[in-house]
Design a protein around this ligand. Structure first.
Ligand code: ZN
Length: 342
């Protein structure tokens, strides 16, 4: 990135109420067929405009064309039964009714590539596209075929790599893999999770990112956070492995969390997308609060490697709250750019 402290969102933004009922996850579409296709594109345009008006530097699609960051990708794969669902505990935290892997998984055609091409045409700014990470995908399914989390993750890594290569060819500048599961299953991350993610980014020359957070601001996650104590050191378990990987950018939750900033030392040299906006509250951060988070991160990260961002996706928030949070993110980064004279 040429601009210092380029701002971005982690990925999702609220959808317009005419497309899907707001402020909930897995919100069902209100339109069908051609109208739905057009509606998604219109929502993409709106999301782009809102990010641009807020002065966001790295544009995302706001996940306007997907119902959910994991399941929408999986819906496009063969080998998965969405009719006969089973209930599993996601990230050892909350029950969800999920699809079942019944056969070998494969990707018959591109999932998001047309959407990415559409977004690419609308802006000259760098664009970032989020995909679910293989381990998080495994954790959002019931596997009745491979009967091995690791084997299924390897198969997902192969299809993610196919998709990522096409997104790169469509002009995506940063491909981000969302791996909240990395914050829970440390042993698996160190045993095979990181190796599998490396398979997913194989051969890519665009920037690659991994987003690891403490989840959307929903009750199950907020309750879990209360059990984590006064210092959240989960990142410590997995950062050494990430440090030795080919991933370029690490996206972290910071503002209002109890993550000690010095853990960023463990991934020195990587770019850090620092979460300076809390997505679990409607309270709008002041620009000065955002600036404070950036300042603290700068003690451990070189300025050219720091990307101010949100803690996680903003899909469950109201549009008004999300918009104002984006404004503060931009304004906070600008305070620091002015301080540094850049
Ligand atoms: Zn997240």
């Amino acid at each position: 990135m040429k601009k210092l402290l380029p701002t971005s969102t982690v990925g999702s933004l609220p959808k317009p109420a005419w497309l899907a009922p707001p402020e909930k996850l897995w919100s069902p579409w209100k339109l069908e067929d051609n109208q739905l296709r057009e509606g998604k594109q219109d929502a993409l345009r709106v999301s782009l405009q809102e990010q641009q008006l807020a002065g966001i530097d790295i544009i995302s699609d706001g996940e306007q064309t997907r119902q959910h960051f994991v399941t929408t990708f999986i819906e496009h794969l063969s080998g998965v039964d969405f009719e006969n669902r089973k209930t599993v505990k996601i990230r050892d935290r909350y029950d969800a009714s999920v699809p079942v892997v019944v056969d070998a998984v494969s990707r018959q055609k591109a999932v998001f590539v047309d959407d990415a091409k559409f977004l690419r045409k609308q802006t000259n700014k760098p664009i970032k596209w989020a995909l679910p990470g293989p381990m998080t995908m495994v954790d959002t399914l019931y596997d009745d075929h491979y009967k091995s989390r690791e084997k299924l993750a390897w198969e997902f890594a192969k299809v993610l790599n196919q998709e990522a290569r096409e997104l790169q060819d469509a002009g995506v500048d940063i491909i981000q893999f969302d791996e909240p599961a990395f914050n829970v299953f440390f042993e698996e991350v160190n045993d095979w999770g990181m190796a599998v993610l490396e398979r997913a980014i194989e051969g890519l020359h665009c920037e690659t990112a991994i987003h690891i957070c403490y989840g959307y601001g929903i009750k199950a996650n907020n309750d879990w956070k209360k059990t984590l104590g006064s210092e959240w050191r989960q990142y410590e378990e997995i950062f050494p492995k990430i440090q030795n990987s080919n991933i370029d950018v690490v996206s972290l939750e910071c503002h209002n969390s109890h993550v000690p900033f010095d853990l960023m030392e463990l991934v020195r040299g990587k770019k850090i997308m620092v979460g300076a906006i809390d997505v679990a509250t409607n309270k709008i951060e002041t620009p000065e609060e955002v600036a404070n988070t950036i300042r603290k991160a700068l003690e451990f990260v070189a300025v050219e490697n720091l990307y101010p961002s949100t803690n996680c996706g903003m899909a469950p928030l109201s549009r008004n709250v999300a918009r104002r949070k984006l404004d503060s993110l931009s304004a906070g980064a600008e305070i620091i750019r002015n301080e540094l004279g850049v």
